[in-house]
Design a protein around this ligand. Structure first.
Ligand code: G1P
Length: 297
């Protein structure tokens, strides 16, 4: 029986340059879809999957993230005085118990593999999850929960996977599939950002991972890979060299690439439409502008 997964790493050290000037003073992960920051979606997903320890790999300028998970005594007192229990309940979802959350600094931007490696001492000898908050996944059962359930049967290593158009494959880690079992594929290789036309498949890695602690050992000896960065993909591919299993998991749900402006806007619309109190107004507005666009053509 594989060990239960109770620790998750959230790499949040990136500069978010694609969202400048906003990210000059606001961490990208605090940017909001409707009224919740990206990081809240990631945390809620992890909680649903049974994660108990939340490890943030941060960098300079990410103080707002630490404050976000803290209690806010003055604000809470004010809301209590005014009897705003609904808002107090919303605030509760942002709080972490002392000791549940840890922050590690990545001192140099050396890549995703390096960011994960920075948390090695907090992981020890247990399997762990990695969540990239840029990938927001709308799903009935959270993506990580689906993976944790599948992992309880398989053990090994598991990455979330999704078919992407072939011309987009070079923006992702891409799987070389050994055996396709439907929801799950076993893999024989993984390439980070393959050059156009060289991808082994169009099954891309999405930012959810359940990894064996051995991946951290693999990271000890990694040199920089694609884009001159230390790549998590390469450390996972190393598992295959050592004959340790790696699976791709085709999750049920819709993934939004909130690392891009277009993906972020699409997520904003989708999450807005999913909210009962916003649905009617927003969909009427969208219908109107589409009508106007069509009329102008
Ligand atoms: C990272 C990973 C890549 C993965 C992607 C998913 O890339 O390195 O393997 O496919 O996330 O979003 P990034 O988007 O940070 O360049």
């Amino acid at each position: 029986m594989p060990h239960r997964v109770t620790k998750a790493i959230f790499p949040v050290a990136g500069l978010g340059t694609r969202f400048l000037p906003a990210t000059k003073s606001v961490p990208k992960e605090i940017m909001t879809l409707v009224d919740r920051p990206l990081i809240q979606y990631a945390i809620d997903e992890a909680r649903e999957a049974g994660i108990k320890e939340f490890i943030f790999v941060t960098s300079r300028g990410k103080g707002a993230l630490e404050d976000y998970f803290d209690h806010a005594p003055t604000l809470e007192q004010e809301l209590r005085k005014k009897g705003k229990d609904d808002l107090l309940d919303i605030l509760k979802t942002t709080n972490m118990d002392s000791g549940e959350i840890a922050y590690i600094r990545q001192h140099k931007a050396l890549g995703l593999g390096h960011a994960v490696w920075c948390a090695r001492r907090l992981i020890g000898n247990e399997p762990f999850a990695v969540i990239l908050p840029d990938d927001v996944i709308a799903a009935e059962t959270s993506c990580l929960k689906q993976m944790v359930d599948a992992y309880a049967e398989t053990g090994g290593n598991m990455v979330a996977a999704m078919e992407v158009p072939p011309e987009k494959a070079s923006s992702y880690g891409v799987l070389d599939v050994a055996d396709d079992m439907g929801h799950m594929v076993s893999i024989k290789g993984m390439v980070e950002k393959p050059a156009p036309g060289t991808a082994p498949s169009n099954l891309a890695v999405i930012g959810r991972y359940i990894l064996s602690p051995n991946v951290l050992t693999n990271l000890n000896k990694l040199e920089s890979g694609a884009g001159g960065e230390i790549q998590l993909t390469d450390a996972i591919a190393d598992e295959l060299q050592q004959e340790n299993a790696v699976y791709g998991y085709r999750f049920r749900g819709q993934r939004f690439d909130c690392g891009s402006k277009s993906g972020f806007l699409q997520a904003t619309v989708a999450f807005g439409l999913a909210r009962e109190e916003l649905r009617d107004d927003l969909s009427a507005y969208i219908r109107d502008i589409v009508k106007m666009e069509n009329a102008a053509e």
